[in-house]
Design a protein around this ligand. Structure first.
Ligand code: PLP
Length: 283
């Protein structure tokens, strides 16, 4: 497998950043993940727009022109012969002697791109069965709207889910509302058919998949409610699902040990999963 690291395509085995990279020492960096379908990126323009926002929020310079970045990502996909999978982009503030404040003068941001194949049939089989989630107390910083590589709380939440035999953990904030999953946005469908997800105003990363799904919902004439919901409302929902670039729509059939609806993937989640790529921009 081939990775791109700071201007070079290298064997993944040998791909490395400096030990004083601020991404490594301070999690001082951001990332994006795009789905790859038929060797092409899904919703690249939206992912790049979010990347630019993350960089702006952290005052990290743009490492290279966007057109070059796109070429690099496409090249990593091509060199790894990925048909279906994900491409990962990470940009850190760069390499400097360890000091919490920003390096002065500025250093060049580090850019890393990797890609991997995913097993389409396996993902479809998982979606056909549905997955279990648990809830856990929100313990992340308030700026989860920035897609930073500081993911330790997410790592621990995912592991807690695994330890409990679940696929994902949903965070619950201090007011008792679900924010999102460790690496996905959280959704429920009420018994009267309304599709509910938290607003992107606070507490969540504004998922690209979430944004596209909102358009899919409108086209399917389904009612959307962007509002907070509690675990109790979710237990009692007709359906639940999660969304992310790597999973698109994954039906949730059980939350904290309680079956959702009839305990099978919901009809709306399943239809959204089928319709999604008709609305996604493929490049
Ligand atoms: N929320 C978190 C915390 C995530 O890590 C992710 C994606 O990995 C998402 C939401 C979903 O975002 P997207 O649909 O852009 O992949």
């Amino acid at each position: 497998r081939i990775a791109y690291v700071n201007g070079q395509y290298v064997n993944l085995r040998d791909a490395a950043v400096n030990v004083e990279d601020r991404g490594y020492q301070f999690a001082d960096g951001i990332y994006e993940v795009c789905e790859i379908i038929g060797g092409k990126m899904v919703d690249f323009p939206r992912h790049i727009a979010r990347m630019q926002r993350s960089l702006r929020e952290l005052r990290i310079a743009e490492a290279m022109p966007l057109t070059s970045l796109k070429v690099v990502m496409q090249e990593v996909i091509r060199r790894n012969r990925i048909n279906y999978g994900i491409v990962y982009l990470q940009i850190s503030r760069g390499v400097a002697h360890r000091d919490h404040g920003f390096p002065s003068p500025d250093v060049k941001p580090s850019v890393v791109v990797t890609a991997k194949s995913l097993n389409f049939a396996k993902n479809q089989a998982t979606a056909a069965k549905g997955v279990k989630v648990i809830t856990t107390a929100e313990n992340r910083w308030p700026r989860v709207d920035i897609k930073t590589v500081g993911l330790l709380p997410n790592v621990l939440a995912r592991q807690e889910a695994r330890d409990k035999g679940a696929y994902e953990a949903w965070y619950v904030d201090a007011d008792g509302f679900v924010t999102e999953g460790a690496s996905c946005n959280a959704w429920i469908v009420t018994k009267d058919g309304k599709v509910v997800t938290r607003t992107a105003v606070s507490g969540i990363l504004a998922g690209i998949t979430r944004a596209v799904l909102i358009e899919v919902l409108a086209s399917m004439q389904l009612k959307l409610e962007e509002r907070n919901f509690t675990p109790a409302e979710a237990y009692d929902a007709a359906e639940a699902f999660v969304s992310s670039a790597s999973q698109i729509v994954m039906p949730v059939i059980n939350i904290d040990g309680k079956p959702i609806g009839d305990g099978k993937p919901g009809g709306i989640a399943t239809r959204l999963r089928q319709e999604f790529h008709k609305f996604a921009a493929i490049s």
